[in-house]
Ligand binder design. Structure first.
Ligand SMILES: *[C@@H]1O[C@H](CO)[C@@H](O)[C@H](O)[C@H]1NC(C)=O
Ligand SMILES: *[C@@H]1O[C@H](CO)[C@@H](O)[C@H](O)[C@H]1NC(C)=O
Length: 188
């Protein structure tokens, strides 16, 4: 009799301990996951090719200066906000496949070197609604500039890669430019 009471008591203690362990476990805020359980099966490499239209001149600018420093006579410190069309071809009327939305700032004192912080937002084809985030240095007078792709959304979750930019046309008077982009990204 006494033994069975003791057993019940021990059993209750064990159960209580188990439940408190379970409660402690459910209060953690992280867990391990297999990539496949979120649909990430096989990494792919994609190549995107488009033209970037950065138009500062009227009547329809796609980029506006938002910071103009007073302290120097060079372009150092200038910051521009852009919502630039990305098109299949270099012509202004070419089919739009997305936008480059972000800022670029003149970050070099001895040359023209921009800090580019851009989201490439795609609006056509299988990448419609997906974005790539670009963060890098753009020495615009160099023939080819390479900038890292640091992430993405939608079809581009876990994206990493690089963009190569090559000036197609540049109007030194207005600053208007059409730039050819080749983007190479790993994503799922
Ligand atoms: C900018 O240029 C003007 C006219 O050439 C000159 O008077 C001024 O000192 C310059 N300012 C600076 C900060 O270099
Ligand atoms: C892209 O996606 C948007 C939002 O889902 C949709 O309205 C639009 O029609 C799509 N465009 C193309 C070309 O599929």
């Amino acid at each position: 009799m006494a033994n069975s009471k003791n057993l019940t008591c021990i059993f209750t203690i064990i159960l209580t301990l188990l439940f408190s362990f379970a409660a402690a476990k459910s209060s953690t805020f992280y867990r391990n996951l297999s990539p496949v359980s979120l649909g990430f099966k096989k990494e792919k490499l994609s190549h995107l090719h488009f033209f970037f239209h950065d138009i500062l001149s009227s009547p329809n600018p796609t980029a506006v200066r938002v910071v103009e420093p007073h302290t120097t006579n060079s372009s150092f410190g200038l910051i521009t906000m852009a919502d630039d069309p990305l098109t299949v071809g270099p012509e202004p009327g070419s089919k739009v496949v997305g936008k480059a939305q972000g800022i670029y700032g003149s970050a070099a004192q001895e040359e023209i070197g921009f800090l580019m912080i851009m989201n490439l937002v795609f609006t056509e084809g299988k990448f419609n609604g997906s974005t790539l985030s670009l963060l890098g240095r753009n020495a615009v007078l160099s023939t080819v500039r390479e900038m890292p792709i640091v992430g993405g959304s939608g079809a581009f979750r876990f994206a990493r890669g690089y963009a190569q930019a090559k000036t197609h046309t540049l109007d030194f008077k207005t600053g208007d430019a059409v730039v050819e982009y080749n983007v190479y990204v790993f994503h799922y």
